[in-house]
Design a protein around this ligand. Structure first.
Ligand SMILES: *[C@@H]1O[C@H](CO)[C@@H](O)[C@H](O)[C@H]1NC(C)=O
Ligand SMILES: *[C@@H]1O[C@H](CO)[C@@H](O)[C@H](O)[C@H]1NC(C)=O
Ligand SMILES: *[C@@H]1O[C@H](CO)[C@@H](O)[C@H](O)[C@H]1NC(C)=O
Length: 380
């Protein structure tokens, strides 16, 4: 993909700074696909860190974090003692928190997602789970918490295993929320690293299929969570009188072929659309593309209601078997991760590099009206 990258010169920075959002005043804009030249990253999560203008990608198998400079292509591998090269873990969720100006890294149990002995995803819910708060500014781990006591507490209450952690999102106070995908519980970790249970589903209807997946928290402090069990979104008003009360809603206009269930490995509200557009990493929906799709939803009322806007097939022309398990956004661009995951044969292929695919134009085309109305609002 060399030569495709369009970088603006740093000298243009002052002249173009009004194009950047307030949160990244010092980052020059960039666009086009980016190649990260490190072997075998298999990213399941990644984010833009506006305070140092770098991208952080989780390396699933190695349990490391890859720091990538989109201007120079320089890379740096960050290791986590106890997690890195420990095959019990999968480093999947990597999420920037505005409230704490740090990154949250989910070191999740591997077995619920990938286990050569067990018949499939979600069948073996054992293994350790940690959340790591990492500060790119200080290049240090702020804290690291063990999520297993909170999970054991749930399992003791309900008498059956739950598990499958992946992504996280943080609210305006710096509390972090972590969905438990197989069981539909939510854990919360506060700013100081105290873990608690945030949400318990209706236990009479406990469903351990793929449920809570990706999530984001809006500027109004409303948590929007994708739920594969109800095939819809779940809202929690974190500033409201009952923050733990769940509101379920199903998007309008889902395709009739019954292939889109909101089983989202990740959910992103790109900054340029100010919480009116959500992208779901729907790796399991294969009627449009064999490697899943990125489904796109729009909402004009803070996600009380929403509409399906379409899907971007994951067929990016990279190495075969590339899935897109997560996306991330800068102030003005949207990138899809590409990850060479072995959803078929259980052997990870050797890959020399990983491409971050610029999908901004494709999202713009799909959301058309929502995008246009957003630009009008910006001009007011
Ligand atoms: C993963 O580990 C291998 C073997 O140590 C190393 O060659 C590779 O660079 C590592 N990649 C990442 C992303 O950590
Ligand atoms: C479940 O996963 C654990 C690792 O967490 C592994 O030790 C165990 O053998 C697996 N059980 C089955 C039945 O596959
Ligand atoms: C959330 O709760 C606050 C405080 O009660 C309220 O002002 C706001 O409208 C609520 N937001 C939504 C989306 O319900």
């Amino acid at each position: 993909m060399k030569g495709k990258n369009i970088f603006f010169l740093a000298v243009l920075l002052n002249a173009t700074s009004s194009l950047c959002s307030a949160d990244s005043p010092d980052c020059a804009p960039f666009s086009g696909d980016l190649d990260v030249n490190i072997r075998n990253i298999y990213p399941e999560g990644g984010d833009w860190f506006p305070s140092n203008c770098k991208i952080y990608l989780g390396s699933l198998n190695n349990g490391t974090l890859v720091e990538y400079d989109p201007y120079t292509t320089a890379t740096n591998i960050i290791e986590f003692p106890g997690v890195t090269h420990n095959w019990e873990y999968f480093v999947c969720g990597v999420r920037y928190s505005r409230a704490t100006d740090t990154i949250y890294v989910s070191a999740s149990a591997r077995a619920p997602w990938f286990n050569t002995n067990s018949p499939g995803m979600g069948t073996n819910l054992t293994g350790p789970n940690r959340l790591i708060q990492y500060s790119p500014r200080d290049r240090s781990i702020v804290w690291e918490v063990d999520l297993d006591p909170a999970i054991s507490d749930i399992e003791q209450q309900i008498g059956t295993p739950v598990g499958g952690l992946q992504d996280s999102a943080s609210d305006k106070d710096g509390n972090v929320y972590l969905p438990v995908t197989f069981g539909n519980f939510l854990l919360m970790v506060d700013r100081n690293g105290e873990v608690s249970r945030f949400y318990t589903p209706d236990l009479d209807k406990l469903d351990k299929s793929y449920g809570f997946g990706g999530l984001f928290i809006t500027e109004n402090n409303v948590m929007v969570l994708a739920d594969g069990v109800s095939s819809g979104f779940v809202l929690f008003n974190l500033s409201g009188p009952n923050p733990t009360e769940a509101h379920f809603s199903k998007p309008e206009g889902l395709p009739d072929n019954d292939d889109i269930h909101l089983e989202c490995d990740f959910l992103l509200a790109p900054r340029k659309y100010r919480d009116t557009v959500a992208l779901c990493a729907d790796v399991l929906s294969t009627s449009i593309s064999p490697h899943g799709v990125i489904t796109v939803y729009v909402s004009e009322d803070g996600w009380k209601t929403s509409k399906y806007a379409g899907a971007i097939p994951v067929a990016f022309g990279q190495s075969p078997d590339v899935f897109s398990t997560a996306q991330f956004a800068t102030a003005d661009r949207i990138y899809a991760l590409s990850s060479a995951l072995p959803y078929g044969p259980q052997i990870f292929p050797q890959v020399e590099s990983t491409t971050l695919v610029d999908i901004t134009t494709r999202v713009d085309e799909l959301v058309g009206d929502a995008g246009a109305s957003q630009h009008r609002r910006d001009e007011l």
